[in-house]
Design a protein around this ligand. Sequence first.
Ligand SMILES: Cc1cc2nc3c(=O)[nH]c(=O)nc-3n(C[C@H](O)[C@H](O)[C@H](O)COP(=O)(O)OP(=O)(O)OC[C@H]3O[C@@H](n4cnc5c(N)ncnc54)[C@H](O)[C@@H]3O)c2cc1C
Length: 351
Amino acid sequence: MALQIAIAGAGLAGRLFAWALSRAGHSVQVFEAGLGPAPLFDGQGAAAFTAAGMLSPLAELEKAEAEIARLGWASLRLWPQIVCQLQAPVRLQCEGSLLIAHRPDLAAAQRVLARLGAEAAGLERLDATALRSLEPALLHSGVQAWLLAGEGLIHPPQAMAALHQAASSVQWCWQTPVRELAPGCLVLQNGAEQAFDWVIDCRGLGARSEPLTEKLRGVRGEVIGLELAKHGLRRPVRLLHPRHRIYLVPRTPDELVLGASEIESEDRSPVSLQSAVELMAAAHSIMPSLSEARITRLDRNLRPALPDNKPLARAEPGLIRLNGMYRHGWLLAPALVQLLLLQTGLGNLES
Ligand SMILES: Cc1cc2nc3c(=O)[nH]c(=O)nc-3n(C[C@H](O)[C@H](O)[C@H](O)COP(=O)(O)OP(=O)(O)OC[C@H]3O[C@@H](n4cnc5c(N)ncnc54)[C@H](O)[C@@H]3O)c2cc1C
């Protein structure tokens, strides 16, 4: 039966739900505070646009529990099925990712590997020859590297645009912030109240007005967009460094994203000179050809996180909440959306 469904928030979770529910034949309306479907890269708006798009269930075990990895592997199985049903192209690749450390930092790197627990035993240690053949663009002498097989990457701006485009029967209401919501009911900022069969709360940090999500906090992340023709990097790579924990993600054959792991702050101000210099110096230390890269974008945003850094995926009659995906949104969203769709009988990402 076709139902009337309202979604609050057109970030990653909101767009995945909108696409899945419209495919299932429901009448879907999305209410979003932001100006329109495209990102402004102004430090506001959906964290999903700023994200690097690493799909790293193994590497995330450093800071997350086994359940996150389990959901991550489930999402890695769902992403290819989702992407192949979208009309617009979305870059998705699952050829593994790399951890790399300069030799003097091996002790710090070993401590990180130890935090990955039993899974670390499955990591493939790469000698210089193996590293050179896998990733010729990376420095291969004076470093130690490990391959995390099966991990992947997705192109977040492409995926966000493709989900919006594919959900064409959805009614998208931009510049329409939601003030509060309850089972089957949603109140807009202007006081207008509307009734629906189901309401889905995907407002990220905008959901702090609700008791269940009032403890959400923003965890700042900074990224630098780089352009370097035929840069040659194929897989995401994380530098294990005692101070400068950075990652580099190839986005297209000519574009990369460089980012810093996380900063416990809700500061949305632009990236500082020191931060940018440190990030770029650390990246250059593992990929010397970056000296010729052009900086195309300096961006920052806040990851929505709950006190335990675990996601909240909950359904009660008439109301679904998905929030607190923290630094794993792209890794977790398909598995969590699927869980909630099946629990409520509203749809199925796989069908
Ligand atoms: C720098 C950075 C790097 C990251 N890298 C990765 C990565 O490599 N891999 C990974 O898996 N994850 C990564 N993430 C995390 C990922 O982006 C988030 O977990 C994910 O975006 C959360 O999705 P969401 O839909 O819950 O929230 P969001 O994507 O933030 O979307 C929330 C939406 O709700 C809207 N909204 C807010 N308030 C209201 C309101 N009152 N009414 C209506 N709409 C409202 C917002 O405008 C926004 O569009 C990264 C995040 C950052 C910031």
